[in-house]
Design a protein around this ligand. Structure first.
Ligand code: AMP
Ligand code: ZN
Length: 433
């Protein structure tokens, strides 16, 4: 079992918690002194840096939300002057202004360290040839993966997203051993690989680190079987640093949160109450080492559970379960909560279904209707109509019983659902248009 930094990743919990408390106290006093928006929020909640005496006191601190980023756009949450900032990244939200973050030199160093851990977990060494096919630019994926892979000492191919044919050519010609991109793009690359008629035995491809969007356990199997690789999950977000906040180890049983850099809590998204160990809810993250833009109790909107048992890989850092989805991506259809990842998980158990699907929600006569469009393989699509109808019925039945609501299923031609080079668009909600 390979570790990037065994001492830090396998630190005994007691020692880890001591370190967390020390860093938490420093972070809280720093933001209180240097970020007026944090000071105002803390004063409003009647909490002072001196009140943080133990990790349990974290719950007295106010939450930070996306709205705080909007209210302080672009640089109001920075805790250091611009002369200490060496990088700015931002995330293109679907609505309004982007979410902006900044980094000091140390922040960049720590981020590279986090990604080096993740890539090492997924099998990277200095012998690896790593193709980074997340977008480079203001989006954190590309540069985050790049700096991590360089830190590991691998040979990095800064391919960025897009130009799919060239990506496959690079994988083939340059002996790429590892790939970093969104899980949906890993499948798009595989489709292109098949179209190009290349031989799998000519590739040195062994593993991939995939993230930036939710993907089910069945999607992992699909990627692993199609590419014949090991596929690992990496989680993060612009507000927190970018990818690398949590990454999977060889056990593929949850993503280790880098607990020497972050504290994770799970709350009830409706009441804000902290939930007991093992409960399902919204992930809230506090940063412990960020200098430029420290984060106290950020409501990520991502839904998961936390497990603090020591993993069989030996790492002591807590694990989050694969993210089910975002609370704002959750569709409420006739009172039932539906996540695209639940649909994906059910679909991929049915033979002949491609992992390309879209959820279309409409409101007719005041009633919400969910249509799931699913791509089928070329072979199935050329079958007789009766067989296609049977398949449609089977999928409907599986989705109805799995989700608990009536779903209309429409099989669509191979390649008819738009492919994405970054995050896949799974939902078309016509109710809000
Ligand atoms: P961005 O700031 O644009 O990188 O988007 C961050 C968001 O992408 C997170 O809050 C999650 O909703 C989603 N995300 C990133 N990585 C993962 C992952 N591994 N699994 C599920 N969702 C993810
Ligand atoms: Zn582990």
């Amino acid at each position: 079992m390979l570790y990037w930094d065994q001492k830090k990743e396998c630190m005994p919990r007691e020692q880890l918690e001591e370190l967390q408390l020390k860093r938490l106290k420093e972070t809280v006093s720093r933001v209180y002194s240097f970020v007026p928006a944090y000071k105002a929020k803390m004063d409003e909640n009647g909490v002072n840096p001196k009140d943080i005496k133990s990790l349990a006191d974290l719950k007295f601190l106010p939450f930070l939300t996306k709205q705080d980023f909007r209210d302080n756009y672009p640089f109001g949450l920075l805790a250091v002057p611009m002369r200490d900032i060496v990088r700015i990244q931002s995330s293109s939200g679907t609505t309004g202004k982007p979410t902006v973050t900044g980094y000091t030199r140390n922040d960049i160093e720590n981020w590279a360290e986090l990604m080096a851990r993740g890539l090492t977990n997924a099998g990277a060494t200095s012998d690896s040839v790593i193709q980074i096919a997340w977008g480079y630019g203001l989006f954190t994926g590309g540069l985050g993966g790049h700096y991590g892979a360089e830190k590991v000492g691998a040979a990095v191919l800064p391919a960025s997203g897009g130009n799919t044919k060239r990506q496959v050519m690079l994988m083939h010609d340059y002996g790429v051993t590892m790939l970093g991109c969104t899980p949906s793009y890993a499948l798009v690359l595989h489709e292109e690989f098949l179209r190009m008629g290349l031989e799998r035995s000519d590739l040195r491809f062994k593993s991939g680190l995939f993230g930036a969007e939710p993907w089910s356990e069945n999607m992992r199997k699909e990627i692993e079987n199609k590419w014949e690789i090991d596929a690992y999950d990496v989680y993060g977000m612009t507000e927190l640093v970018g990818p690398g906040v949590a990454t999977e180890c060889g056990c593929k049983n949850g993503l280790h949160i880098a607990e020497d850099h972050f504290i994770a809590e799970i709350i009830d998204p409706d009441t804000g109450e902290v939930l007991p160990e093992g409960s399902f809810g919204e992930l809230v993250i506090t940063s412990l080492t960020k200098e430029a833009l420290p984060i106290l109790r950020y409501r990520t909107r991502d839904l998961t559970t936390i497990n603090r048992e020591i993993c069989s890989c030996g790492r002591t850092h807590a694990r989050i379960r694969k993210i089910l989805g975002r609370s704002d991506d959750m569709l409420i259809i006739r009172g039932v909560n539906v996540f695209p990842s639940m649909v994906e998980s059910i679909l991929l158990q049915i033979p002949g279904i491609e992992p390309q699907y879209q959820l279309i929600v409409e409101r007719k006569n005041n009633l919400d209707r969910l249509e799931v469009q699913v791509e089928v393989s070329e072979k199935i699509f050329s079958d007789e109509v009766k067989k296609l109808e049977e398949l449609e019925n089977t999928i409907s039945r599986e989705l109805n019983s799995g989700l608990g609501i009536a779903v209309k299923v429409r099989l669509v031609e191979p390649q008819s659902i738009t492919r994405s080079e970054g995050k896949a668009k799974r939902i078309i909600d016509k109710r809000t248009i």
